[in-house]
Every structure is written in structure tokens, then in C-alpha cells.
Design a binder for this molecule. Structure first.
Ligand code: AMP
Length: 184
């Protein structure tokens, strides 16, 4: 499996695991959150538009993300595989991705859902110290996750792509399980 979506709440550990697995598999780790944070740091037009949403823990409007993903997945290094981390984040984004992959003649091999209870997410986010990891923003991000992103669990279950992973374990245990899954 080389075309994977990592799904999970903020703090579920998907970024860390995506980083490790993408290095092992030699495929790009595509994190929309990271792309946005970089754009904000260097104040590109995208960054300027996205800043207030990211600071508040809201999703940025789909139109800011969809072109960006289309361009990124069309790049040479993404032809052989990718790990999408933080995209899709709602049903319209998932529908867009499914059409885009058809256009590109690609298929997603699996959607890894990192399952972590809310109280563990809270603890992790509070200790992480990223700019959007303050208490008010965190509670909004968890709410946004439950309202807009969690429906994708059913969505991908119906598409028979969902693979649930218990994300409330040691980092190395999770990476080992992911290695086994991608080799299967
Ligand atoms: P992340 O690093 O994935 O937690 O994303 C950080 C922030 O970037 C989120 O709280 C959103 O404001 C924004 N963001 C990242 N990915 C998306 C996306 N696919 N759609 C909308 N907003 C996003």
C-alpha cells in the first residue's frame, strides 16, 4: 500500500506516524496543516487568507485547499505514492479527492483511522505547545473534528477503505502495526 489517507483528531499522532512511514516507504508526506503553517509564516496570499481560520482552530474554506491538493498530487514525486495527513477534513473534500484520483488514474489503498479518546487528545495537545495548541483553540478544534471530520469514518467504511488503529499506545507499537498493514 503506497497511497494512504491518515484520518484522526488533532493530537491523534497521525503527523508523527505519517512522517515515519513516509520515510520508510520513500513517498511524500503531504500535510495540509504544515503547508498552511509554512504559507502563514512567509505570508503568501494563501497564508494571509488562511491565518485567522488556523489561529481559531476552524477549517479554512475548501476553495483554499482543493487547488493546493490538486497541484500537489499532480507533482512527479507523488505519482508512486503518498500519505495524506489532514486532508480530507470533511465530506466535500473527500468527494473532491475521489474525483481527483479518478482523473489522475490513481486509487487510494486505505484510510488509516487513528482512534484516541478525547481526554488523551486534550493532554497531548496541551503539552505539544504549537501556536494553535492553546486551550480555547484546542476545544474548538476537537469540536470541529467531531462535527466535520469524524463523519469520514463512516464515509470510508462504506467505501471499504477504513482500517482502524488504536492510537492510544506507544509510538513504536503503532509504527510497527502500520508497517504490517502497508505490507499486507
Ligand atoms: P493540522 O496540522 O492538520 O492539525 O491542521 C492545522 C490547521 O490547519 C487546522 O486547524 C485547520 O485550520 C487547517 N487545515 C489543515 N488541513 C485542512 C483541511 N484539509 N481543510 C481545512 N483546513 C485545514
Amino acid at each position: 500500500m503506497t497511497k494512504l489517507i491518515f484520518l484522526g483528531a488533532p493530537g491523534a499522532g497521525k503527523g508523527t506516524q505519517a512522517q515515519i512511514l513516509s520515510e520508510n516507504l520513500g513517498i511524500p508526506h503531504i500535510s495540509t496543516g504544515e503547508i498552511l503553517r509554512n504559507a502563514i509564516a512567509v505570508e503568501t496570499p494563501l497564508g494571509i487568507k488562511a491565518k485567522s481560520y488556523v489561529d481559531n482552530g476552524d477549517l479554512v474554506p475548501d476553495e483554499l485547499i482543493l487547488d493546493l491538493i490538486k497541484e500537489r498530487l499532480g507533482q512527479e514525486d507523488a505519482l508512486g505514492g503518498w500519505i495524506l495527513d489532514g486532508f480530507p477534513r470533511n465530506v466535500p473534500q473527500a468527494d473532491f479527492l475521489s474525483n481527483l484520483l479518478q482523473e489522475l488514474n490513481q486509487v487510494c489503498n486505505g484510510v488509516i483511522n487513528f482512534d484516541v479518546p478525547d481526554h488523551v487528545l486534550l493532554e497531548r495537545l496541551l503539552s505539544r505547545g504549537r501556536k494553535d495548541d492553546n486551550e480555547a483553540t484546542i476545544s474548538n478544534r476537537l469540536q470541529v473534528y467531531h462535527q466535520q471530520t469524524a463523519p469520514l469514518i463512516d464515509y470510508y467504511e462504506k467505501h471499504q477503505l477504513l482500517i482502524n488503529v488504536n492510537g492510544d499506545r506507544e509510538l513504536s507499537q503503532i509504527s510497527e502495526e502500520l508497517e504490517t498493514i502497508v505490507k499486507s
